[in-house]
Design a protein around this ligand. Sequence first.
Ligand code: HEM
Length: 232
Amino acid sequence: MTTEGEQRPPLIWDLPLRIFHWALAIAVGVCIYTGLDGGFYAMDWHMISGYVVLGLLLFRIVWGIVGPRHSRFTAFIYGPITVWHWIRGALRRQPPAVAGHNPLAGWFIIITLTALLVQAITGLFTTDDIFVQGPLRHIGPPPFLDWSQAEFLRFMTRIHRQGEWIVIGLVALHLFAILAHRVYLREPLTSAMITGRKRGAPAGEAIGGERILLGLALGAAAAGLTYYIVNL
Ligand code: HEM
């Protein structure tokens, strides 16, 4: 006889990763909304939410190395052949079973995290020359670039402005992929990102512990590092 506890789906996503994900979704949402608004008051919130995104990404980079197994980058970076097998299976509605991120999602996540990091860093140097000034605009270009300060700021500002559309595109693609999983593959992924427990994942894939204390310590360190960077 199985008890109720034994029937629960295995724990795949640890609590620090889940908090990271939903905090990132809110902060990126605020960044997009306020960036498109562009008003004076909105830009205050744009900068604050941008710092939150930067801090969350710093946390995620370290968590991708020391976090529980399914949060580690090595757990979801696959070679092109594995990605191709997964896509072929998914098109036939029979993708190979994966407990964590699937091989295609893995690369999408790396691209999204990189795009957000570029966006957060260039934002620190972005200026409209009137009201809104990134906090690191006084720092000049790296020595290997033979650019003036003004040229460097113009470059960073251009990347930041055009990058916003890439981020919007990636968020739209992400939401479409979640919906496609739900409708086409009948996989309810969202509940797993809320509870951490993924239906259909093999019991042997469950993570041993959530490393909550380590997550708290790294979260605090990432916040401190972000504060330091912004005030350089
Ligand atoms: C601005 C909005 C959002 C951003 C920037 C975002 C970003 C991300 C990132 C970076 C990951 C990978 C997590 C990691 O391992 O680091 C992820 C995974 C995931 N996200 Fe989002 N997300 C957003 C909104 C949403 C929303 C609204 C939903 C639900 C409707 C959602 C559902 C999921 C799910 C289910 C996964 C795990 C996918 C899997 O099992 O492979 N996300 N998201």
